[in-house]
Design a protein around this ligand. Structure first.
Ligand SMILES: [Zn+2]
Length: 241
């Protein structure tokens, strides 16, 4: 049994998912993937979104535990840089050196609003062979100048370009949870934690200075979560109408 949460992220401002440090004075291009027809399109890496969800889960789990809303094991010492392998977060998201974790997140691909319903019938990864359903947002390039902290002047050779995805671009991706891999964690606790972490994406940067709106698509497979009263409440607020 797999819980499939199909998500659409809508950019509220410019979007950029590059590698490397922001202050690094080099041209920065956003993350891209190549389609079967050879085109390159911007995408949001699944590993990046998974990292954000994990980060929010570390904040949420102790609160839910203290309020006795979840009863799974918490470890305040555990963090992404040094996973303990035993707490509820490690059991859901995985730990270094551990086996296949229950939770996986696909890359997020740009889609246009008019093709979203059609795209949502497919798994996000299937879209790479359906270029007709993928949007090609027009990327923009803006020059930036790195300012030297000590002098307040432009740094020598500090001119660089940022490549960004335009506001209001929609990205479609999926968060999936394989229930049989959950081990000791109560499925209801896992569902609630994941749904709340997804809902928090609105309040953090979902990329470099990129903010998003998040909605769950009706094409999701949420049977198990909907039968849990706590989850149904969160879902009610996140579902796309
Ligand atoms: Zn842990």
């Amino acid at each position: 049994m797999i819980l499939r949460i199909k998500l659409v992220l809508k950019l509220k401002g410019l979007g950029l998912w590059g590698a490397g440090r922001e202050s690094f004075e080099a041209d920065t291009i956003t993350y891209k993937i190549r389609l079967k027809d050879g085109r390159e399109i911007p995408a949001i890496p699944g590993s990046y979104v998974k990292g954000l969800l994990r980060g929010w889960s570390y904040k949420l789990a102790p609160l839910l535990s203290r309020a006795e809303i979840i009863s799974s094991r918490i470890n305040a010492e555990c963090f992404a840089g040094a996973t303990c392998g035993r707490c509820v977060i490690c059991q859901i998201f995985g730990a270094s050196g551990g086996g296949l974790p229950p939770l996986s997140v696909t890359n997020f691909y740009p889609v246009t609003a008019d093709k979203l319903a059609q795209a949502a019938k497919l798994r996000p990864e299937e879209l790479t062979s359906r270029p007709d359903l993928i949007d090609q947002p027009r990327l923009s390039y803006s020059p930036h100048v790195r300012i030297e902290d000590s002098s307040g002047n432009a740094a020598k050779g500090g001119l660089y370009m940022l490549e960004t995805v335009p506001p209001r671009t929609l990205f479609y991706g999926e968060v999936a949870l394989q229930k049989h891999l959950l081990n000791g964690v109560k499925p209801g606790d896992a569902y609630l934690l994941i749904l709340l972490a997804i809902s928090q994406l609105r309040f953090s940067y979902a990329g470099r200075r990129s903010r998003v709106e998040v909605r769950i698509l009706p094409e999701s497979d949420l049977k198990d979560a909907l039968s849990d009263k706590r989850c149904a409440e969160v879902l009610g607020r996140l579902m796309m109408k």
